[in-house]
Design a protein around this ligand. Structure first.
Ligand code: GLN
Length: 536
Protein backbone atom coordinates (compact mmCIF):
# COMPACT_ATOMS: atom_id res chain seq x y z
CA UNK A 1 0.00 0.00 0.00
CA UNK A 2 1.42 3.41 -0.94
CA UNK A 3 2.28 5.59 2.05
CA UNK A 4 -0.07 8.38 3.00
CA UNK A 5 0.68 11.92 1.89
CA UNK A 6 0.73 14.73 4.44
CA UNK A 7 -0.78 18.18 4.22
CA UNK A 8 -0.02 20.70 6.94
CA UNK A 9 -2.19 23.77 7.35
CA UNK A 10 -0.80 26.70 9.30
CA UNK A 11 -2.19 30.15 9.89
CA UNK A 12 -0.65 33.60 10.05
CA UNK A 13 -1.42 37.29 10.63
CA UNK A 14 -4.61 36.74 12.57
CA UNK A 15 -6.70 34.06 14.21
CA UNK A 16 -10.23 33.18 13.07
CA UNK A 17 -9.36 33.12 9.37
CA UNK A 18 -11.16 29.85 8.88
CA UNK A 19 -8.31 27.32 8.84
CA UNK A 20 -10.76 24.63 9.93
CA UNK A 21 -13.11 25.35 7.04
CA UNK A 22 -10.26 25.51 4.51
CA UNK A 23 -8.91 22.18 5.79
CA UNK A 24 -12.38 20.63 5.70
CA UNK A 25 -13.04 22.03 2.22
CA UNK A 26 -9.78 20.69 0.84
CA UNK A 27 -10.51 17.36 2.54
CA UNK A 28 -13.93 17.35 0.94
CA UNK A 29 -12.52 17.96 -2.55
CA UNK A 30 -9.93 15.21 -2.24
CA UNK A 31 -12.49 12.81 -0.85
CA UNK A 32 -14.90 13.72 -3.64
CA UNK A 33 -12.18 12.59 -6.04
CA UNK A 34 -12.12 9.20 -4.34
CA UNK A 35 -9.22 9.58 -1.90
CA UNK A 36 -9.38 8.30 1.65
CA UNK A 37 -8.86 11.40 3.73
CA UNK A 38 -8.74 12.27 7.40
CA UNK A 39 -8.09 15.56 9.16
CA UNK A 40 -6.34 16.12 12.44
CA UNK A 41 -6.15 19.23 14.62
CA UNK A 42 -3.19 20.07 16.81
CA UNK A 43 -4.00 22.63 19.48
CA UNK A 44 -1.17 24.47 21.21
CA UNK A 45 -2.87 24.98 24.58
CA UNK A 46 -1.99 23.15 27.78
CA UNK A 47 -5.39 21.67 28.60
CA UNK A 48 -5.13 17.94 27.95
CA UNK A 49 -8.34 18.24 25.96
CA UNK A 50 -10.98 20.95 25.57
CA UNK A 51 -13.39 19.03 27.82
CA UNK A 52 -12.49 21.20 30.78
CA UNK A 53 -12.88 24.45 28.86
CA UNK A 54 -15.80 26.77 29.33
CA UNK A 55 -17.64 27.12 25.98
CA UNK A 56 -17.00 30.87 26.17
CA UNK A 57 -13.29 30.10 25.66
CA UNK A 58 -13.24 28.06 22.47
CA UNK A 59 -16.85 27.34 21.64
CA UNK A 60 -18.47 23.96 21.83
CA UNK A 61 -16.67 20.84 22.95
CA UNK A 62 -17.18 18.27 20.19
CA UNK A 63 -17.35 14.58 21.08
CA UNK A 64 -16.23 11.75 18.80
CA UNK A 65 -17.73 8.25 18.67
CA UNK A 66 -14.83 6.86 20.67
CA UNK A 67 -15.42 9.43 23.39
CA UNK A 68 -12.75 12.06 22.77
CA UNK A 69 -13.66 15.56 23.90
CA UNK A 70 -12.30 17.68 21.09
CA UNK A 71 -12.07 21.02 19.34
CA UNK A 72 -15.11 22.11 17.39
CA UNK A 73 -13.17 21.98 14.11
CA UNK A 74 -13.51 18.19 14.24
CA UNK A 75 -17.23 18.79 13.86
CA UNK A 76 -16.55 20.62 10.59
CA UNK A 77 -14.35 17.77 9.40
CA UNK A 78 -17.08 15.21 10.07
CA UNK A 79 -19.87 17.35 8.65
CA UNK A 80 -18.00 18.21 5.44
CA UNK A 81 -16.41 14.84 4.75
CA UNK A 82 -19.09 12.59 6.23
CA UNK A 83 -16.34 10.70 8.05
CA UNK A 84 -15.82 9.72 11.67
CA UNK A 85 -12.91 11.14 13.65
CA UNK A 86 -11.35 9.69 16.79
CA UNK A 87 -9.09 10.28 19.80
CA UNK A 88 -6.13 10.56 17.42
CA UNK A 89 -7.65 13.40 15.43
CA UNK A 90 -7.19 16.05 18.12
CA UNK A 91 -4.00 16.50 20.08
CA UNK A 92 -3.14 19.33 22.46
CA UNK A 93 0.13 20.48 23.98
CA UNK A 94 -1.21 19.23 27.30
CA UNK A 95 -1.65 15.75 25.85
CA UNK A 96 1.84 15.81 24.29
CA UNK A 97 3.48 16.84 27.57
CA UNK A 98 1.39 14.34 29.50
CA UNK A 99 2.73 11.44 27.40
CA UNK A 100 6.30 12.70 27.51
CA UNK A 101 6.17 13.16 31.28
CA UNK A 102 4.62 9.71 31.72
CA UNK A 103 7.45 8.20 29.68
CA UNK A 104 10.00 10.11 31.73
CA UNK A 105 8.47 8.81 34.98
CA UNK A 106 8.55 5.25 33.65
CA UNK A 107 12.25 5.68 32.93
CA UNK A 108 11.80 5.26 29.17
CA UNK A 109 14.35 7.98 28.43
CA UNK A 110 17.16 6.02 30.11
CA UNK A 111 18.59 8.90 32.08
CA UNK A 112 18.61 11.41 29.24
CA UNK A 113 17.71 15.07 29.78
CA UNK A 114 14.16 15.43 28.48
CA UNK A 115 13.82 18.50 26.26
CA UNK A 116 11.43 20.31 23.93
CA UNK A 117 13.71 19.28 21.08
CA UNK A 118 13.84 16.35 20.46
CA UNK A 119 11.39 14.84 22.94
CA UNK A 120 8.37 17.10 22.60
CA UNK A 121 8.83 17.47 18.85
CA UNK A 122 9.27 13.69 18.49
CA UNK A 123 6.02 13.12 20.34
CA UNK A 124 4.27 15.65 18.06
CA UNK A 125 5.68 13.85 15.02
CA UNK A 126 4.59 10.49 16.40
CA UNK A 127 1.04 11.79 16.85
CA UNK A 128 1.00 13.22 13.33
CA UNK A 129 2.14 9.91 11.83
CA UNK A 130 -0.24 7.79 13.91
CA UNK A 131 -3.24 8.23 11.62
CA UNK A 132 -1.19 7.52 8.49
CA UNK A 133 0.18 4.35 10.07
CA UNK A 134 -3.28 2.82 10.30
CA UNK A 135 -3.05 2.35 6.52
CA UNK A 136 -6.59 3.63 6.25
CA UNK A 137 -5.79 6.92 4.55
CA UNK A 138 -4.27 8.20 1.32
CA UNK A 139 -4.05 11.71 2.70
CA UNK A 140 -3.76 13.07 6.23
CA UNK A 141 -4.43 16.77 6.68
CA UNK A 142 -3.00 18.23 9.87
CA UNK A 143 -4.27 21.63 10.92
CA UNK A 144 -1.99 23.45 13.34
CA UNK A 145 -4.04 25.61 15.70
CA UNK A 146 -2.93 29.11 16.68
CA UNK A 147 -0.97 31.62 14.64
CA UNK A 148 2.58 31.34 13.36
CA UNK A 149 4.84 33.46 15.54
CA UNK A 150 3.11 32.51 18.79
CA UNK A 151 5.55 31.12 21.34
CA UNK A 152 3.34 28.13 21.98
CA UNK A 153 3.20 27.00 18.36
CA UNK A 154 6.99 26.87 17.93
CA UNK A 155 7.40 23.14 18.70
CA UNK A 156 4.64 22.31 16.20
CA UNK A 157 6.25 24.32 13.40
CA UNK A 158 9.58 22.67 14.24
CA UNK A 159 7.91 19.24 14.03
CA UNK A 160 6.46 20.19 10.63
CA UNK A 161 9.88 21.35 9.47
CA UNK A 162 11.50 18.07 10.47
CA UNK A 163 8.72 15.92 9.06
CA UNK A 164 8.68 17.71 5.74
CA UNK A 165 12.38 17.10 5.42
CA UNK A 166 12.17 13.47 6.53
CA UNK A 167 9.23 12.62 4.30
CA UNK A 168 10.95 14.11 1.27
CA UNK A 169 9.81 16.08 -1.73
CA UNK A 170 6.35 15.21 -3.00
CA UNK A 171 5.18 13.61 0.22
CA UNK A 172 4.25 16.61 2.33
CA UNK A 173 3.06 20.14 1.62
CA UNK A 174 2.54 23.16 3.81
CA UNK A 175 -0.44 25.39 3.18
CA UNK A 176 -0.25 28.72 4.94
CA UNK A 177 -3.43 30.71 5.43
CA UNK A 178 -3.11 34.45 5.96
CA UNK A 179 -5.19 37.59 5.93
CA UNK A 180 -5.00 40.02 3.02
CA UNK A 181 -6.55 43.14 4.49
CA UNK A 182 -8.31 45.79 2.45
CA UNK A 183 -7.48 49.39 3.31
CA UNK A 184 -10.52 51.34 2.28
CA UNK A 185 -8.76 54.71 2.54
CA UNK A 186 -6.22 53.51 -0.01
CA UNK A 187 -8.75 51.36 -1.85
CA UNK A 188 -6.21 48.55 -1.88
CA UNK A 189 -5.55 45.04 -0.73
CA UNK A 190 -2.33 44.80 1.24
CA UNK A 191 0.13 41.92 0.95
CA UNK A 192 2.70 43.02 3.52
CA UNK A 193 1.21 41.13 6.49
CA UNK A 194 1.35 37.97 4.37
CA UNK A 195 4.96 38.64 3.46
CA UNK A 196 5.88 39.09 7.12
CA UNK A 197 4.00 36.02 8.13
CA UNK A 198 5.79 33.91 5.52
CA UNK A 199 9.10 35.40 6.73
CA UNK A 200 8.26 34.24 10.25
CA UNK A 201 7.67 30.75 8.92
CA UNK A 202 10.93 30.90 6.97
CA UNK A 203 12.81 31.95 10.10
CA UNK A 204 11.53 28.74 11.59
CA UNK A 205 12.77 26.78 8.60
CA UNK A 206 9.51 26.20 6.79
CA UNK A 207 8.83 27.34 3.24
CA UNK A 208 5.08 27.18 2.59
CA UNK A 209 4.17 25.54 -0.72
CA UNK A 210 0.73 27.09 -1.03
CA UNK A 211 -0.65 30.36 0.28
CA UNK A 212 -4.32 30.85 0.91
CA UNK A 213 -5.24 34.50 1.33
CA UNK A 214 -8.40 35.32 3.22
CA UNK A 215 -9.85 38.43 1.66
CA UNK A 216 -12.96 40.56 1.35
CA UNK A 217 -12.19 41.39 -2.28
CA UNK A 218 -11.03 39.27 -5.22
CA UNK A 219 -7.26 38.93 -5.64
CA UNK A 220 -6.17 40.47 -8.93
CA UNK A 221 -3.51 38.74 -11.08
CA UNK A 222 -1.10 41.52 -10.02
CA UNK A 223 -1.65 40.89 -6.31
CA UNK A 224 -1.23 37.15 -6.86
CA UNK A 225 1.98 37.71 -8.78
CA UNK A 226 3.30 39.99 -6.05
CA UNK A 227 2.56 37.49 -3.29
CA UNK A 228 4.11 34.69 -5.35
CA UNK A 229 7.28 36.70 -5.98
CA UNK A 230 7.81 37.82 -2.40
CA UNK A 231 6.87 34.54 -0.78
CA UNK A 232 8.63 32.06 -3.12
CA UNK A 233 5.55 30.21 -4.32
CA UNK A 234 4.25 29.63 -7.82
CA UNK A 235 1.43 31.94 -8.94
CA UNK A 236 -1.06 29.09 -9.20
CA UNK A 237 -0.28 28.29 -5.57
CA UNK A 238 -1.66 31.64 -4.44
CA UNK A 239 -5.23 30.81 -3.58
CA UNK A 240 -7.99 33.32 -2.92
CA UNK A 241 -10.29 32.62 -0.01
CA UNK A 242 -12.95 35.24 -0.35
CA UNK A 243 -15.65 35.81 2.28
CA UNK A 244 -18.49 33.43 1.51
CA UNK A 245 -22.20 33.56 2.12
CA UNK A 246 -22.06 30.20 3.86
CA UNK A 247 -19.24 27.94 5.01
CA UNK A 248 -20.73 25.31 2.71
CA UNK A 249 -19.78 27.45 -0.31
CA UNK A 250 -16.09 27.17 0.52
CA UNK A 251 -15.40 23.74 -1.07
CA UNK A 252 -16.78 25.05 -4.36
CA UNK A 253 -14.77 28.26 -4.07
CA UNK A 254 -11.64 26.20 -3.39
CA UNK A 255 -12.43 24.04 -6.39
CA UNK A 256 -12.67 27.14 -8.55
CA UNK A 257 -9.29 28.22 -7.23
CA UNK A 258 -8.04 24.68 -7.97
CA UNK A 259 -6.59 24.22 -4.50
CA UNK A 260 -7.07 20.46 -4.77
CA UNK A 261 -5.32 20.27 -8.14
CA UNK A 262 -2.34 22.31 -6.92
CA UNK A 263 -2.06 20.12 -3.82
CA UNK A 264 -2.18 16.94 -5.91
CA UNK A 265 0.46 18.25 -8.26
CA UNK A 266 2.80 19.08 -5.41
CA UNK A 267 2.18 15.70 -3.80
CA UNK A 268 2.55 13.76 -7.07
CA UNK A 269 -0.93 12.35 -6.70
CA UNK A 270 -2.50 11.17 -9.93
CA UNK A 271 -5.07 8.69 -11.12
CA UNK A 272 -8.10 10.39 -9.64
CA UNK A 273 -10.87 12.02 -11.64
CA UNK A 274 -12.61 15.33 -11.04
CA UNK A 275 -14.37 15.68 -7.66
CA UNK A 276 -17.93 14.42 -7.63
CA UNK A 277 -19.78 17.23 -5.89
CA UNK A 278 -23.25 16.54 -7.19
CA UNK A 279 -24.88 15.88 -3.83
CA UNK A 280 -23.00 18.79 -2.26
CA UNK A 281 -24.24 21.12 -4.98
CA UNK A 282 -27.81 19.96 -4.61
CA UNK A 283 -27.56 20.48 -0.83
CA UNK A 284 -26.31 24.02 -1.47
CA UNK A 285 -29.13 24.65 -3.90
CA UNK A 286 -31.80 23.60 -1.42
CA UNK A 287 -30.02 25.53 1.32
CA UNK A 288 -30.16 28.71 -0.74
CA UNK A 289 -33.65 28.25 -2.11
CA UNK A 290 -35.87 27.54 0.86
CA UNK A 291 -39.57 27.55 0.16
CA UNK A 292 -40.40 28.86 3.59
CA UNK A 293 -38.99 29.62 7.03
CA UNK A 294 -39.60 28.51 10.61
CA UNK A 295 -38.59 30.17 13.85
CA UNK A 296 -36.67 27.94 16.19
CA UNK A 297 -35.90 29.22 19.66
CA UNK A 298 -32.65 27.90 21.10
CA UNK A 299 -32.70 28.28 24.85
CA UNK A 300 -29.25 28.21 26.40
CA UNK A 301 -26.95 30.08 28.68
CA UNK A 302 -23.92 30.55 26.43
CA UNK A 303 -25.80 32.25 23.61
CA UNK A 304 -23.51 35.30 23.52
CA UNK A 305 -21.04 33.02 21.76
CA UNK A 306 -22.80 31.21 18.94
CA UNK A 307 -19.88 28.79 18.55
CA UNK A 308 -20.94 27.28 21.87
CA UNK A 309 -23.78 25.59 19.96
CA UNK A 310 -22.00 25.06 16.64
CA UNK A 311 -23.09 21.46 15.98
CA UNK A 312 -26.69 22.28 16.85
CA UNK A 313 -26.89 25.22 14.47
CA UNK A 314 -25.20 23.21 11.71
CA UNK A 315 -27.53 20.25 12.27
CA UNK A 316 -30.47 22.66 11.95
CA UNK A 317 -29.02 23.96 8.68
CA UNK A 318 -28.75 20.39 7.32
CA UNK A 319 -32.29 19.65 8.51
CA UNK A 320 -33.60 22.88 7.00
CA UNK A 321 -32.15 22.03 3.59
CA UNK A 322 -33.68 18.55 3.80
CA UNK A 323 -37.09 20.22 4.32
CA UNK A 324 -36.58 23.08 1.84
CA UNK A 325 -37.14 25.35 4.81
CA UNK A 326 -34.94 27.96 6.48
CA UNK A 327 -34.73 27.62 10.24
CA UNK A 328 -34.44 31.15 11.60
CA UNK A 329 -32.82 30.90 14.97
CA UNK A 330 -34.04 33.02 17.84
CA UNK A 331 -31.41 32.94 20.59
CA UNK A 332 -32.97 32.95 24.01
CA UNK A 333 -30.94 33.43 27.13
CA UNK A 334 -32.24 31.02 29.74
CA UNK A 335 -31.49 33.52 32.51
CA UNK A 336 -33.61 36.18 30.79
CA UNK A 337 -36.58 33.81 30.68
CA UNK A 338 -36.36 33.27 34.41
CA UNK A 339 -37.13 36.86 35.25
CA UNK A 340 -39.63 37.77 32.54
CA UNK A 341 -43.17 38.69 33.59
CA UNK A 342 -45.83 36.30 32.29
CA UNK A 343 -47.04 38.60 29.54
CA UNK A 344 -43.59 39.36 28.16
CA UNK A 345 -42.70 35.71 28.46
CA UNK A 346 -45.72 34.68 26.42
CA UNK A 347 -45.08 37.31 23.75
CA UNK A 348 -41.52 36.08 23.44
CA UNK A 349 -42.39 32.40 23.25
CA UNK A 350 -45.51 32.58 21.11
CA UNK A 351 -43.46 33.72 18.11
CA UNK A 352 -41.70 30.38 18.01
CA UNK A 353 -42.55 27.40 15.80
CA UNK A 354 -40.20 25.08 17.66
CA UNK A 355 -38.23 25.19 20.91
CA UNK A 356 -34.87 23.56 21.47
CA UNK A 357 -33.43 23.51 24.98
CA UNK A 358 -29.68 23.18 24.75
CA UNK A 359 -27.09 21.10 26.62
CA UNK A 360 -25.16 22.66 29.45
CA UNK A 361 -23.67 22.47 32.91
CA UNK A 362 -24.38 24.32 36.13
CA UNK A 363 -27.28 25.96 37.82
CA UNK A 364 -27.32 29.30 36.03
CA UNK A 365 -30.52 29.81 34.04
CA UNK A 366 -31.92 26.38 34.84
CA UNK A 367 -35.38 27.60 35.87
CA UNK A 368 -35.57 29.55 32.60
CA UNK A 369 -34.97 26.34 30.70
CA UNK A 370 -37.64 24.53 32.70
CA UNK A 371 -40.04 27.38 32.03
CA UNK A 372 -39.37 27.07 28.30
CA UNK A 373 -40.09 23.33 28.42
CA UNK A 374 -43.31 23.98 30.32
CA UNK A 375 -44.43 26.44 27.67
CA UNK A 376 -43.60 24.05 24.82
CA UNK A 377 -45.36 21.13 26.46
CA UNK A 378 -48.51 22.95 27.50
CA UNK A 379 -48.80 25.00 24.29
CA UNK A 380 -48.11 21.93 22.15
CA UNK A 381 -45.12 23.54 20.39
CA UNK A 382 -42.58 21.08 18.93
CA UNK A 383 -39.94 20.57 21.59
CA UNK A 384 -36.46 19.14 21.38
CA UNK A 385 -34.35 18.85 24.54
CA UNK A 386 -30.74 17.79 24.28
CA UNK A 387 -28.82 16.38 27.26
CA UNK A 388 -29.41 19.06 29.93
CA UNK A 389 -32.44 20.02 27.83
CA UNK A 390 -33.79 16.50 28.22
CA UNK A 391 -33.07 16.57 31.95
CA UNK A 392 -35.02 19.83 32.22
CA UNK A 393 -37.90 18.18 30.36
CA UNK A 394 -37.96 15.36 32.91
CA UNK A 395 -37.90 17.82 35.83
CA UNK A 396 -40.70 19.89 34.28
CA UNK A 397 -42.83 16.84 33.63
CA UNK A 398 -42.26 15.48 37.13
CA UNK A 399 -43.20 18.80 38.69
CA UNK A 400 -46.21 19.78 36.62
CA UNK A 401 -47.62 16.54 35.18
CA UNK A 402 -46.70 13.97 37.83
CA UNK A 403 -47.26 16.24 40.84
CA UNK A 404 -43.72 15.95 42.23
CA UNK A 405 -43.49 19.64 43.09
CA UNK A 406 -39.94 19.43 44.40
CA UNK A 407 -38.53 17.49 41.50
CA UNK A 408 -34.98 18.49 40.66
CA UNK A 409 -31.59 17.33 39.46
CA UNK A 410 -28.82 16.38 41.89
CA UNK A 411 -26.55 18.68 39.87
CA UNK A 412 -28.51 21.69 41.15
CA UNK A 413 -30.20 20.73 44.40
CA UNK A 414 -28.81 17.60 45.89
CA UNK A 415 -31.21 17.81 48.85
CA UNK A 416 -34.44 18.12 46.84
CA UNK A 417 -36.96 15.47 47.87
CA UNK A 418 -37.42 14.11 44.35
CA UNK A 419 -34.18 13.76 42.45
CA UNK A 420 -35.65 12.71 39.14
CA UNK A 421 -32.23 13.35 37.61
CA UNK A 422 -29.35 11.89 39.56
CA UNK A 423 -25.67 11.12 39.17
CA UNK A 424 -24.75 8.08 37.09
CA UNK A 425 -23.23 5.20 38.98
CA UNK A 426 -19.69 6.18 40.02
CA UNK A 427 -20.25 9.88 39.29
CA UNK A 428 -20.59 12.71 41.78
CA UNK A 429 -19.76 16.39 41.91
CA UNK A 430 -16.43 15.43 43.46
CA UNK A 431 -14.97 13.28 40.69
CA UNK A 432 -11.95 14.62 38.88
CA UNK A 433 -13.24 16.63 35.93
CA UNK A 434 -11.07 15.82 32.88
CA UNK A 435 -12.36 13.06 30.60
CA UNK A 436 -14.46 11.38 33.28
CA UNK A 437 -18.00 11.88 32.02
CA UNK A 438 -19.99 9.19 30.22
CA UNK A 439 -18.45 9.88 26.84
CA UNK A 440 -18.84 8.63 23.30
CA UNK A 441 -21.24 6.31 21.54
CA UNK A 442 -23.56 3.94 23.34
CA UNK A 443 -26.32 1.72 22.03
CA UNK A 444 -29.93 2.56 22.51
CA UNK A 445 -32.99 0.37 21.87
CA UNK A 446 -36.15 2.18 20.81
CA UNK A 447 -39.69 1.32 21.85
CA UNK A 448 -41.63 0.02 18.85
CA UNK A 449 -44.22 2.50 17.65
CA UNK A 450 -42.75 5.43 19.58
CA UNK A 451 -42.08 8.78 17.91
CA UNK A 452 -38.34 8.12 18.17
CA UNK A 453 -38.81 4.79 16.40
CA UNK A 454 -40.77 6.48 13.64
CA UNK A 455 -38.14 9.21 13.27
CA UNK A 456 -35.17 6.84 13.07
CA UNK A 457 -37.02 4.17 11.11
CA UNK A 458 -35.18 1.45 13.02
CA UNK A 459 -35.11 -0.10 16.46
CA UNK A 460 -31.47 0.05 17.44
CA UNK A 461 -29.38 3.17 17.31
CA UNK A 462 -26.08 4.38 18.67
CA UNK A 463 -25.48 7.97 19.70
CA UNK A 464 -22.80 10.07 21.39
CA UNK A 465 -22.94 11.11 25.02
CA UNK A 466 -21.33 13.62 27.35
CA UNK A 467 -22.89 13.72 30.79
CA UNK A 468 -22.59 12.80 34.46
CA UNK A 469 -26.26 12.64 35.36
CA UNK A 470 -29.16 10.61 34.11
CA UNK A 471 -32.86 9.92 34.42
CA UNK A 472 -33.43 8.33 37.83
CA UNK A 473 -35.13 5.02 37.06
CA UNK A 474 -36.83 4.98 40.48
CA UNK A 475 -39.21 7.51 38.96
CA UNK A 476 -39.72 5.70 35.69
CA UNK A 477 -43.11 4.17 36.56
CA UNK A 478 -44.51 7.36 38.07
CA UNK A 479 -43.52 9.47 35.12
CA UNK A 480 -44.72 6.91 32.60
CA UNK A 481 -48.07 6.65 34.41
CA UNK A 482 -48.36 10.43 34.16
CA UNK A 483 -47.89 10.26 30.37
CA UNK A 484 -44.17 10.42 29.64
CA UNK A 485 -42.63 7.60 27.62
CA UNK A 486 -39.05 6.42 28.00
CA UNK A 487 -38.81 5.53 24.32
CA UNK A 488 -35.09 4.78 24.14
CA UNK A 489 -33.00 2.89 26.67
CA UNK A 490 -29.50 1.57 26.87
CA UNK A 491 -29.81 -2.22 26.50
CA UNK A 492 -27.02 -3.10 28.96
CA UNK A 493 -27.67 -0.63 31.76
CA UNK A 494 -31.32 0.28 31.28
CA UNK A 495 -30.45 3.98 31.31
CA UNK A 496 -33.14 6.17 29.81
CA UNK A 497 -31.73 7.78 26.69
CA UNK A 498 -34.88 9.27 25.16
CA UNK A 499 -38.08 10.62 26.67
CA UNK A 500 -41.16 11.72 24.79
CA UNK A 501 -44.73 12.77 25.55
CA UNK A 502 -46.97 10.75 23.24
CA UNK A 503 -50.02 12.96 23.58
CA UNK A 504 -47.97 15.98 22.44
CA UNK A 505 -47.52 16.58 18.68
CA UNK A 506 -43.70 16.45 18.88
CA UNK A 507 -41.91 16.35 22.22
CA UNK A 508 -38.54 14.60 22.46
CA UNK A 509 -35.67 14.82 24.89
CA UNK A 510 -32.44 12.93 24.32
CA UNK A 511 -29.77 12.24 26.90
CA UNK A 512 -27.30 11.93 24.02
CA UNK A 513 -26.14 14.55 21.52
CA UNK A 514 -27.56 13.83 18.06
CA UNK A 515 -26.13 17.11 16.77
CA UNK A 516 -22.60 15.67 16.70
CA UNK A 517 -23.42 13.15 13.99
CA UNK A 518 -25.41 15.27 11.55
CA UNK A 519 -23.56 15.78 8.26
CA UNK A 520 -24.33 17.41 4.93
CA UNK A 521 -24.68 13.99 3.31
CA UNK A 522 -26.60 12.50 6.23
CA UNK A 523 -28.69 15.09 8.10
CA UNK A 524 -29.72 13.76 11.48
CA UNK A 525 -33.29 12.37 11.45
CA UNK A 526 -34.20 13.94 14.81
CA UNK A 527 -33.33 17.40 13.51
CA UNK A 528 -35.02 16.74 10.16
CA UNK A 529 -38.25 15.67 11.87
CA UNK A 530 -38.07 18.44 14.46
CA UNK A 531 -37.88 21.08 11.72
CA UNK A 532 -40.66 19.30 9.84
CA UNK A 533 -42.84 19.34 12.97
CA UNK A 534 -42.11 23.05 13.41
CA UNK A 535 -43.37 23.60 9.85
CA UNK A 536 -46.85 22.22 10.59
N1 GLN B 1 -24.92 18.71 33.19
C1 GLN B 1 -25.64 17.55 32.72
C2 GLN B 1 -24.90 16.26 33.00
O1 GLN B 1 -23.72 16.27 33.23
C3 GLN B 1 -25.92 17.68 31.23
C4 GLN B 1 -24.70 17.61 30.38
C5 GLN B 1 -24.89 18.10 28.98
O2 GLN B 1 -25.87 18.79 28.68
N2 GLN B 1 -23.95 17.81 28.09
O3 GLN B 1 -25.49 15.22 33.01
Amino acid sequence: MPAAKFIFVTGGVSSSLGKGIISASLGKLLRARGMRVTIQKLDPYINVDPGTLNPYEHGECYVTEDGAETDLDLGHYERFLNIRTSQDNNVTTGRIYQSVIQKERRGDYLGKTVQVIPHITDEIKRRIKLLAETGKYDVVITEIGGTVGDIESLPYIEAVRQLKYELGLGNAVVIHLTLIPYLSAAGELKTKPTQYSVKTLLEQGVQPDILVGRTEHPLSPEIRAKIALFCNVSVDAVIESIDAESIYDVPLLMKKEELDRVVMEKLNISGYGEPDLESWESFLYTLKHPLRAVRIGIVGKYIELKDAYKSITEALIHAGAANRCKPEIEWIHSEDLQDLGEEDFLTRMKKLDGILVAPGFGNRGIEGKIRAVHFARTHRIPFFGICLGMQCAVIEFARYAAGLKEAHSAEFQSRASHLVIDYLHGQSEDVEKGGTMRLGSFDCALVTGSLAHKVYGKENISERHRHRLEFNNQYLDRLQEAGMLASGRNPELGLVEIVEVPEHPWFIGTQFHPEYSSTVDAPHPLFVHFVKAAMT
